[in-house]
Design a protein around this ligand. Sequence first.
Ligand code: AMP
Ligand code: MG
Length: 394
Amino acid sequence: MITLSVSQAQQHIQTAMEPITESETISLDCALDRISAENISAPINVPAFDNSAMDGYAFYALDLASNKRLHIVGSAFAGHPFPMPLQAGQAIRITTGARIPERCDTVLPQELAIFEDDNTLDMRNVVVRAGQHLRRCGEDTKIGDISIAKGCRLGPAELGVLASLGISEVNVHRRLRIALFSTGDELRSVKKTTDNGCIYDSNRITLSGMLTRAGMEVIDLGIFSDDPTALKAALQKTYQQVDAIITSGGIADGSADYTKQVMQEFADMTFMSINMRPGRPFAFGKIAQSTKNTYLFGLPGNPVAAMISFYFLVRPALHLLNGAQVATPLQIDATATQAIHKKIGRTEFQRGICNLSAQGKLQVSTTGGQGSGIISSMAQANCLIVLNPEQGDI
Ligand code: AMP
Ligand code: MG
């Protein structure tokens, strides 16, 4: 058992991760939340041509130096360009997104147009800035720009960027497969009735949800009672087929459970005592194989401790394993609206409710009781109050 700070534990785990390299090419419409396996450079400019940012009239601004009248000679609609260059003193009606014809550099919004007659614009009292209301070729993305970096998670906006470039397939890392189970004689599935002294297993569903949100495939192995034979058989059967195995429960110091002992038979384990609350006990190990590794994460059984340990210790490591850039949660200073008790020397993650004060300043209060088993506090919270080791009472 080694005692570590949160950042030491994160470092210990993350340095052990060997990112997967396998990738697959998939259709853009299946790529949400996948991780790009390469830098993707733009094959075209976006926009691919100068086009109008407004509905109005397009012309060449310098023409106005000699002649304040513009003769409307045709129209350009989005998808239907005007087919020839404009001549001196000419304008066309144009809609948003329509290609700007040659010898044309400015758009007058339609609401500012003054007509001499149906086909003539009177520009004497119109203020024009040459180049106004144009969307320039390549102003969004230029040919050759790295549009999506290797390791980028493809969210809705990233998929839109790729589509705007005409890219219909994308090379992504394969999804990680993660096996998940709970340990403890007292645990019952929500689908069963509880016996005297037993509780419902809530960790599996929260962990499964967090893994799914992280873009991973979950293999739910269920609940194991504190019986080494069944646990061994399950690990034996599973470990080669998955990238990681996540368990909760049975790893605390002095625990009567067999989880630690069985884990040690499979993997090179580190049992940690992390200076954090909730979540002190944590187990991490690697089963090295010829083709790949399988990582073992043992989380504390208390539901809040399991979630917080997942967020701060497991998720960043799995992102690294998946070849993704690790996204650190945004951490911002806020004013506490109440006194908060905090013990110096450990990191505390209290469940917080933050909002803006009447003056527009970020303020935060706790959800109340901070026991590491109070799962409802995680549901009430909209943030975590991160209190660093050197911090005392607030
Ligand atoms: P352990 O880490 O096994 O000592 O468990 C610590 C506490 O968490 C005990 O009160 C357990 O009953 C509880 N616990 C363990 N696993 C789960 C689970 N999957 N769902 C809900 N509570 C759990
Ligand atoms: Mg237990």
